[in-house]
Each structure stands twice: as structure tokens, then as C-alpha cells.
Design a protein around this ligand. Structure first.
Ligand code: NAP
Length: 246
């Protein structure tokens, strides 16, 4: 059996690790990465890197490599890939599962402002703060490029490229992040607002706790829609059970 994991997340790696630990001789696992990160943390099993070339490319890949099951474990904001996976799996007649971590939920004391997009988040910011901790990833910085009066602390895995806000400091780092570190970061940079996508998961949640403790507003970018009719689970264990069920 050949399983294709569409990866780029902690959960995708977790699933590859679980399947590798089972060491079943009849199970071959390939993880696919988009290639956005210069030196990604590689999962066990086979790894391929780079786009497939749209729906047609992915469908051809599934057929050519005799894929028996696909797990879409891409990031909740990787909208295009999830829709491509749904279409290609249907055309190729391959079962598809979505592995998607739950979104974050506000608790008492949170000052969250929901935005439908990065542009909407940028529109909200001027009324909320002047020194902004921006954790939405290096590829969406253009949305904030016109906010010339605000200062940004941008945290990303790889260095961002223009267009980006004119007044910014870049912090190259990769999660998981600890609460103490997040508290110190907000204090050291005198942050008064935080912007994040609703990525969910424990690895990057401490910034939300630190913001709540400090009474800071958080602009939370809502998740994009997902394809209909695709069964979904929230953790690698459930996804591994689904794979074994096939
Ligand atoms: P996207 O907008 O959904 O995808 C754009 C294109 O990138 C796709 O059409 C596909 O190219 C290629 N691609 C995406 N994921 C791929 C994968 N796992 N394997 C092979 N090709 C892939 O995705 P994105 O938002 O650019 O994210 C790219 C990757 O980074 C995803 O795998 C995701 O899991 C990871 N990631 C994204 C975010 C985020 O905030 N968006 C955060 C953390 C990690 P073709 O059409 O040529 O096949």
C-alpha cells in the first residue's frame, strides 16, 4: 500500500512517524512538501519536494506512483492544495482523508478581533496598536506594507522578501515556542498588538496566552473554507488508524 501525505505541518510529520514506527513491510509512505522552507524538518519515509503542477499534475502523480490513499495534512491556510487534493483524489478514485488540527478558541480575558483575510487584519490594526507582533508568515507581508506608521516584529522561519512594512524587525525562528519566551518577547519589544492566523495547535499557542496575560488585542485571521465531502480527523493517531483501515 502506498500512502501519500500532503505535508508541511507538525501533524503530517507526526503521522509519518507513527506509520514508520509500525514498520509494516506492506506500507510505503511518501510525504510531499511544497518546498517553501529552505531546510524543512524531514519526516521518516520517502519525501518529495515541490508542486505537482495543479490538479492534473497531482492526478497524474497519484496514478503513476500507484497511490492507494491520500492524507491531506497541509496547513489549515493551504487552501489551494486542499482543493486540488479533493479534486485529484476524486478523479483518480483514491480515498482521501483530511488531517486538520482544530482552530483556537477564545477564553475569558482574550481580546480577539476576527478578520476574514490578511487585508482585513491590516485594516483593523491602526485602531488597535502601534507596535505589532506579526506571526502570519513571511508570504503575506504585502498586506501590511502600507502601514507606514506602525512598527512590526515579524517572526518567520525564512527571511521575508519585499513588499513588506517599511518599519519592521525580523526574528527568524521556528516553533514550538514556550510561554516564558513569548512573555519576554512581548515585553522586550513593547508589543501592543498581535496578529496571527487561526492555525491552531499547541506549538504556537503560547503567544495567545502571553497576549491575554498582558491584556493585548489579538487580530485573528479566520481559516479559509475547505472542500466539502472530505472526511476529516484532528490528530495523527486517528489518521494512522484510517490508513490501517485501508
Ligand atoms: P497553497 O496555497 O495551498 O498551495 C499553493 C501551491 O503550492 C499548490 O497549488 C501546490 O502547487 C503547492 N503545494 C502546496 N502544498 C504542497 C505540498 N504539501 N506538496 C506539494 N506541493 C504543494 O499552500 P501554501 O499556503 O503556499 O503552503 C505551502 C505549504 O506550506 C503547504 O504544504 C502547507 O502545509 C505549508 N504551510 C503553510 C502555511 C500557511 O500559513 N499557508 C503555514 C505553515 C505551513 P501545485 O499546484 O504545483 O501542485
Amino acid at each position: 500500500m502506498h500512502v501519500l501525505i500532503l505535508g508541511g505541518t507538525t501533524e503530517a510529520r507526526g503521522l509519518a512517524e507513527l506509520l514508520a514506527a509500525d514498520a509494516r513491510p506492506d506500507l510505503r509512505v511518501t510525504t510531499s512538501l511544497a518546498g517553501r522552507v529552505a531546510s524543512p524538518r524531514l519526516p521518516p519515509g520517502q519525501v518529495r519536494v515541490g508542486g505537482f503542477g495543479g490538479v492534473d499534475g497531482l492526478t497524474a502523480w497519484l496514478v503513476e506512483h500507484r497511490v492507494d490513499a491520500v492524507v491531506d495534512a497541509t496547513h489549515p491556510f493551504a487552501r489551494a492544495m486542499s482543493f486540488h487534493a479533493a479534486e485529484s483524489a476524486a478523479v483518480a478514485g483514491v480515498p482521501l482523508l483530511a488531517l486538520r488540527r482544530p482552530g483556537w478558541q477564545p477564553t475569558a480575558g482574550d481580546r480577539w478581533h476576527e478578520a476574514g483575510s490578511l487585508d482585513e487584519a491590516a485594516d483593523l490594526l491602526p485602531g488597535l496598536g502601534a507596535r505589532v507582533f506579526l506571526t502570519t508568515g513571511r508570504t503575506g507581508l504585502a498586506a501590511f506594507a502600507d502601514l507606514v506608521d506602525l512598527w512590526f516584529l515579524v517572526r518567520s522561519v525564512d527571511p521575508p522578501q519585499a513588499p513588506h512594512p517599511p518599519r519592521m524587525e525580523v526574528l527568524l525562528d521556528r516553533g514550538p515556542f514556550a510561554l516564558d519566551g513569548e512573555r519576554a518577547l512581548l515585553r522586550r519589544h513593547r508589543i501592543d498588538a498581535v496578529v496571527t492566523k487561526d492555525s491552531g495547535g499547541a506549538a504556537t499557542a503560547p503567544k495567545l496566552v502571553a497576549a491575554r496575560e498582558a491584556g493585548l488585542p489579538v487580530v485573528l485571521v479566520r481559516r479559509p473554507p475547505t472542500p466539502e465531502g472530505v472526511p476529516a480527523v484532528t490528530g495523527p493517531e486517528e489518521a494512522a488508524a484510517w490508513v490501517h483501515g485501508h
